[in-house]
Design a protein around this ligand. Structure first.
Ligand SMILES: Cc1ncc(COP(=O)(O)O)c(C=O)c1O
Length: 366
C-alpha cells in the first residue's frame, strides 16, 4: 500500500482543516482505561461511534477490549469487515430493511442488539430463522435517561423469557446506559446519582437469576461516569467511547484523560485587528455542545461558525500577531460528531505525521 503524502511531514505542512490525533496521548488514554478495567474486573467493549476508525479499535483490542459497541448496523458492517467479530449494536434495530441488513451481517460476526419491545423480538427471530443465523439480544433497561428501554421491573423478565424461548435468538443480558448523568458537573453528585440509578438493576438481576435467566453481560457506562459505573454497579462491561480522544466538554470532568484530538485550521483573513477568520467552519467542527476552543493560549470569543468559516473576536488584538496564512488549532466541543465530518485522522508524534488512518465508518448513520 502506498504511503499517504502527508507521511513524515511536519504538522504545519499538512493542509487544513485536518483532524489531528496525538498518538502519545491516544495510547495513554487507551492504557489508562484498560488499567482501570483490569483493576476493577470489568470488561471493556469500547463504543466506536467516537473514532469510527479500525486502527484505533486495534489499539483498544491490543489493550484488552473484549469486543466493540456500535450505534448502527452500517458501522458494524465496516468493523466486521475490518476483522472485529464480537459486536454489540447498542440500539434497537427495527423495520424490515434494517433487520434484513442486520441478519445478513450475522453470517459474518457474533452480533448482539438491544431490544425493548416484544414485536421486535418476533421480527428479529423470524428474519434470523429465514437466514439460518443466530442473534444475541440485550434487554435495554431505562435507568432514567428516558430514551429507549423498558422500566426496571417485570417487563425485563418478560422480554428476557420471550427472547430465550425464540428459536434463533440468544438472551445475553442487559443494556443499561446512564447517559443522563455523564455530564453532571459535581463529581460526588455524579457518582451518587450513578449508584442510585443502577440500584433497581440489582433486583432485576436477582429476578432473572431466580428465573434461570442469568445475564451473561450487563453493558453500559460512559466516559463521564466510567469509574462509578465500572466499579460500583452491576455492569460487567463498559461501553465507553470519548475517553480515547476527549473534547472540550468532557475535559474538565475527566482530567485523567488527555485531550488527544484537535482540528487544524488556517487563518484566511484578519480584516480588522480584532477579527480572526479561519477556514474551519461547520463542515470541519460541530457546535451542538458549545463552541470549539481555540488553542495556543489565544484569548478569543467565537462569534459563529458558518459552512466554511470560523469567525472569532480576539480579546487583546494588539498582542496577537496572527495574520492570513498562519495556522491555529481548535479543540472540538463534541468529538464524536466532529470525527464524523472527516475522512481521515492525521496521526502525529513530536510534531510530525507518523500515520494517516481512514475514518472508515465516517458517515455510517444507517
Ligand atoms: C449507548 C451508549 N453507550 C455508551 C456511550 C458512551 O459514550 P461516551 O463514553 O462517549 O460518553 C454512549 C454515548 O452516546 C451511548 O449512547
Amino acid at each position: 500500500m502506498s504511503q499517504h503524502p502527508a507521511h513524515g511531514k511536519p504538522l504545519d505542512q499538512v493542509d487544513t482543516p485536518s483532524l489531528l490525533v496525538d498518538l502519545d496521548r491516544l495510547e495513554a488514554n487507551i492504557q489508562r482505561m484498560a488499567d482501570f478495567a483490569a483493576e476493577h474486573t470489568v470488561a471493556l467493549r469500547p463504543h466506536i461511534k467516537t473514532h469510527k476508525c479500525p486502527e484505533v479499535a486495534r489499539l483498544q483490542r491490543e489493550a484488552g477490549a473484549v469486543g466493540f459497541t456500535c450505534a448502527k448496523v452500517s458501522e458494524a458492517e465496516v468493523f466486521a469487515r475490518a476483522g472485529f467479530t464480537d459486536l454489540l449494536i447498542a440500539n434497537q434495530i427495527t423495520g424490515p430493511v434494517k433487520i434484513d441488513r442486520l441478519t445478513d451481517l450475522a453470517r459474518e460476526a457474533r452480533l448482539t442488539a438491544a431490544v425493548d419491545n416484544p414485536d421486535n423480538l418476533v421480527n428479529l427471530d423470524r428474519a434470523c430463522a429465514d437466514k439460518g443465523v443466530r442473534l444475541g439480544v440485550l434487554v435495554e433497561v431505562d435507568l432514567g435517561m428516558k430514551r429507549c428501554g423498558v422500566q426496571p421491573g417485570p417487563a425485563v423478565l418478560e422480554l428476557a423469557a420471550q427472547a430465550e424461548d425464540l428459536s434463533h435468538l440468544d438472551f445475553r443480558g442487559l443494556q443499561a446506559y446512564e447517559g443522563h448523568l455523564v455530564l453532571l458537573e459535581d463529581p460526588d453528585e455524579r457518582a451518587e446519582q450513578v449508584r442510585e440509578a443502577f440500584r433497581p438493576l440489582e433486583q432485576v438481576i436477582a429476578d432473572l437469576e431466580a428465573a434461570g435467566l442469568s445475564p451473561e453481560m450487563v453493558s453500559g457506562g460512559g466516559t463521564g461516569t466510567y469509574d462509578t459505573a465500572g466499579a460500583e454497579t452491576p455492569l460487567t462491561e463498559l461501553q465507553v467511547g470519548s475517553y480515547v480522544f476527549m473534547d472540550a466538554t468532557y475535559g474538565p470532568l475527566r482530567p485523567e484523560f488527555a485531550p488527544a484530538l484537535s482540528v487544524s485550521s488556517t487563518v484566511v483573513s484578519r480584516p480588522v485587528p480584532e477579527r480572526l477568520v479561519t477556514d474551519a467552519g461547520l463542515k470541519a467542527l460541530t457546535s451542538e455542545f458549545g463552541w470549539p476552543e481555540l488553542l495556543g493560549g489565544i484569548q478569543a470569543e467565537m462569534n459563529y461558525l458558518s459552512e466554511e468559516h470560523g469567525v472569532l473576536t480576539l480579546a487583546d488584538p494588539g498582542r496577537v500577531e496572527l495574520e492570513a496564512g498562519d495556522r491555529v488549532r481548535f479543540r472540538p466541543s463534541h468529538v464524536c460528531t466532529t470525527v464524523n465530518l472527516h475522512d481521515q485522522l492525521i496521526v502525529h508524534r513530536d510534531g510530525r505525521v507518523v500515520d494517516v488512518w481512514p475514518i472508515a465508518a465516517r458517515g455510517c448513520v444507517q
